[in-house]
Structure formats: structure tokens, C-alpha cells
Design a protein around this ligand. Structure first.
Ligand code: ADP
Ligand code: MG
Length: 414
């Protein structure tokens, strides 16, 4: 079925057509009619399969219809909660694109930036609010964000939003918005504990949609693991980067400090890297992501797990787990930053001895082994020698400089 045959407003069809969306993806095909029927939904589908539009299309359509026919009073109707500022912005961009020709107005309510423009947007009227919890609570308590007309609640990356770090916020939100509402959960992963929590929040007859439950990562991604020593990881990163010059490569590390350290190590071998983590200001984070997305020369981004969920950059060709993720399901989300929609992608995990148990957990989680790239002794040594040769080069240059300086000194003395 094509979008042109859908029971949605022509204005939306026109936007979808311009975006190049002709046919719905599986998750869109299954979700859209159910959302249109007012059902609660627990939707699980692989990374990069179009979950955003799966909720955006029917939500925009309903709000647009309500405004067009003046059947509904003004006010914020839909609240979408997400874990990171970047994801909020990205979803806002999708709503603005799909809703381009409609009467629907959306805004991102996120921390780390000036709240005045957000307050202004709310004053002018926002049908859809895409928020991270902190700033949302601020603006609710200041009276700028009114919640009494909200009738649709979406949790994107739902399992993460219902996990320890966010669940108290979500409980508070549930107190603040009307009980009569439609609740929609979207994610690529969900475990049994979280599922139980989710079922307490949705209505009893909620519909569960699960696309390929056994395979949470898009099948467009090929996974590999390399067994390397912890201290040698940077040489292998250098090698992958140099062998894939034109590719966009996203590297995940365990901590903020490590992100900076790895970037420094790359700098030393003349590889420029961007870094993205929680110690950066929001302005820096936004700028970094923009550069990585748009600038041809910015091909390497080193990030912590804040970039693991939801971020959609079309042409990331390779994801590298420089450190294996401490939370098993984050493997799925990290490598899901490549191979999006119908693109192909590669994921390489650098596994040190100490990380072997994590790798085992991940393979159990994936229900499949990750193929090993066997590195024979010579190839391994060769990779390390890139560094040794380079050191020798630098030593030679340093000697030359010293020589030159000495000669200068001698000349002066004369
Ligand atoms: P998910 O949330 O499932 O990880 P996204 O919603 O971020 O995936 O979508 C992944 C990519 O697929 C986006 O770049 C989006 O523009 C594209 N996409 C989504 N639906 C369609 C469609 N029906 N036709 C073409 N491209 C689509
Ligand atoms: Mg998503």
C-alpha cells in the first residue's frame, strides 16, 4: 500500500511525497491504523525502520483535522518524551517536515539552552511538545506549559524512559496529564521487567506490535568483533579510519574522559575527530552533531552513549564499539546508528580480554554469534607498526630540527 492511498490529509501526503516517502515501512504499516483508531500501543521494531513517522503521521493528521474543522479546543494535545536533547530536536524536525503544510505547530522543550524562545513558542500555541523531562517540569511549574488538554502521550526509546533513570519523571508526568489519553510506546528493545511496567501505564486492551522480535538490529548491519588488547585499540581505530577515508564513522567509548583521550590520540596521528558527551555545553553538542551530519570533512565522531539512542544520520557507514557497552541493549542502539532505512552498515567491536564477558552477554542478547575478524600475528604487528614507523618519522624530524637549532646557535657564537 502506498501513502497516497492512506486515510490521511492531502497536505500530509504532499509533504511525504516531497520527503521521498512512498510506501510505509512495516512498523508504519502496522502502527498507523491502530493509532488512528485511538488504541494504546506498545511498538517494538528494529533500529532505523521509521518509528518516528509511525507516530508522527497519525498524530499530525488528527491534530490538523481537529484544527481545520475547529472540532477541538486550542492547547497542547500531544506530549512526546525522549531521553536526549538531540533526539528531541531531531523528532521536532520530522514533525515540522511532515506537518509542513498543515496547521500543526510543534516545539522542542529541552534543557541546556535559553528557555525564553521555548516560552514564546508555547505562548503562540504548540499542539505538539517534544521534551526532555527536566525543562518540561520547569515550564509546567512556571505555568507556561499547560497539560490539561494533552490526550496523546508518546514515549520514544520507551524502554529507556521507563528504566531507572527516568521512571520517576514519567510517574510525575502521568500525574500531571489527563487520565483519558492515548499512550504510545516505541522502541527497538524492551525487556520483560520494562514490559511489565509498560503494561501498567497503558490501557488493558493495548495493542502490541513487534517486528522481527528476535532481531532487534536492522538486517542491513553486518557485525564483526576484533579481539585486541586494551592499549592497542587506538592503533586499530587509526587503521579503520585510514582505510575508510570517505566514510562517516561513529565511535562509542565508555566515558567522557575516554572520548577526549581517544580524540587526542587520533589528533596525534593527524586524524581529526569530533567528540560528543555530557560534559559539553548544549551549544557545542548541537554544533558537533551538525558538523558531523553536514560537513564532508568531519568524518569521525567519538561519543558516549548519549548518542546511542535514536539519532538518525543517514550516511554513517561504520559504527565502532571502541569499548563494549556496559548495558547490553545499548549494543543494539549503538550499532543501529548505521544501516538506517535501506542503507548498508558495518559495526566493529574492539573487544579486550576483560570485555569478553560483556561480549558473551551481547551475543546471548542477539541470539547469534558476532563474526570474528581473525587478525593473524603479522597483521596485528603491522597495525602496531603504523605507530612505530610514525614515531620513527617524528624522531627523525625532531633530530633535524635540533640539528638546525644547534647550527644556528653555533653560527651566532661565531
Ligand atoms: P527509528 O526510529 O525506527 O530508528 P527513524 O524514524 O529515525 O527510525 O527513521 C530512519 C530513517 O528512515 C530516517 O532517515 C527516515 O527519514 C527514513 N524513513 C522512515 N520512513 C520512511 C519511509 N516510509 N520511506 C522512506 N524513508 C523512510
Ligand atoms: Mg527512533
Amino acid at each position: 500500500m502506498k501513502f497516497s492511498n492512506y486515510r490521511i490529509d492531502e497536505k500530509i501526503k504532499q509533504a511525504l511525497d516531497e520527503m521521498g516517502f512512498k510506501r510505509p515501512t512495516d512498523i508504519q504499516y502496522k502502527s498507523i491504523p491502530n493509532i488512528q483508531n485511538g488504541e494504546d500501543l506498545l511498538a517494538v521494531a528494529q533500529t532505523g525502520t521509521g518509528k518516528t513517522a509511525a507516530f508522527a503521521i497519525p498524530i499530525i493528521d488528527r491534530i490538523h483535522f481537529g484544527k481545520k474543522t475547529r472540532r477541538r479546543k486550542d492547547g497542547t494535545k500531544c506530549l512526546i518524551l525522549v531521553p536526549t536533547h538531540e533526539l528531541a530536536r531531531q523528532i521536532l524536525a520530522v514533525f515540522n517536515k511532515i506537518g509542513k503544510y498543515t496547521l500543526v505547530k510543534s516545539a522542542a522543550i529541552i534543557g541546556g539552552v535559553d528557555q525564553e524562545p521555548q516560552i514564546q513558542a508555547l505562548k503562540e500555541g504548540c499542539d505538539v511538545v517534544i521534551a526532555t523531562p527536566g525543562r518540561m517540569f520547569d515550564l509546567i511549574s512556571q505555568g507556561h506549559l499547560k497539560t490539561h488538554r494533552i490526550d496523546t502521550l508518546v514515549l520514544d526509546e520507551a524502554d529507556h524512559m521507563l528504566d531507572m533513570g527516568f521512571i520517576d519523571d514519567i510517574k510525575d508526568v502521568l500525574y500531571k496529564i489527563p487520565k483519558r489519553r492515548q499512550t504510545l510506546f516505541f522502541s527497538a528493545t524492551i525487556n520483560d521487567v520494562i514490559k511489565k511496567i509498560a503494561y501498567k501505564i497503558v490501557r488493558q486492551n493495548a495493542i502490541r506490535i513487534q517486528i522481527s522480535p528476535k532481531d532487534p538490529v536492522s538486517k542491513n548491519v553486518s557485525h564483526f568483533v576484533l579481539f585486541v588488547e586494551m592499549d592497542h585499540k587506538r592503533y586499530f581505530l587509526e587503521r579503520v579510519v585510514k582505510e575508510n577515508e570517505k566514510q562517516k564513522i561513529l565511535v562509542f567509548v565508555r566515558t567522557k574522559v575516554r572520548a577526549e583521550r581517544v580524540a587526542k590520540a587520533m589528533e596525534r596521528v593527524e586524524i581529526e575527530a569530533l567528540t560528543l558527551h555530557g560534559d559539553k555545553t548544549q551549544a557545542q553538542r548541537t554544533e558537533t552533531l551538525k558538523s558531523f551530519k553536514e560537513k564532508e570533512e568531519c568524518t569521525l565522531l567519538i561519543a558516549t552513549d548519549i548518542a546511542a539512542r535514536g539519532i538518525d544520520i543517514a550516511d554513517v557507514g561504520i559504527v565502532i564499539n571502541y569499548d563494549l557497552p556496559t548495558e547490553t541493549e545499548n549494543y543494539v542502539h549503538r550499532v543501529g546508528r548505521t544501516g538506517r532505512f535501506n542503507k548498508k552498515g558495518f559495526a566493529y567491536s574492539f573487544c579486550a580480554k576483560d570485555e569478553k564477558p560483556i561480549l558473551d552477554e551481547i551475543q546471548k542478547f542477539l541470539n547469534a554469534p558476532i563474526e570474528e575478524i581473525k587478525i593473524d600475528k603479522d597483521a596485528y604487528q603491522e597495525t602496531l607498526n603504523i605507530e612505530r614507523d610514525r614515531k620513527q618519522d617524528i624522531n627523525a624530524v625532531m633530530e633535524e630540527i635540533e640539528d638546525f637549532e644547534n647550527r644556528k646557535k653555533r653560527k651566532k657564537k661565531k
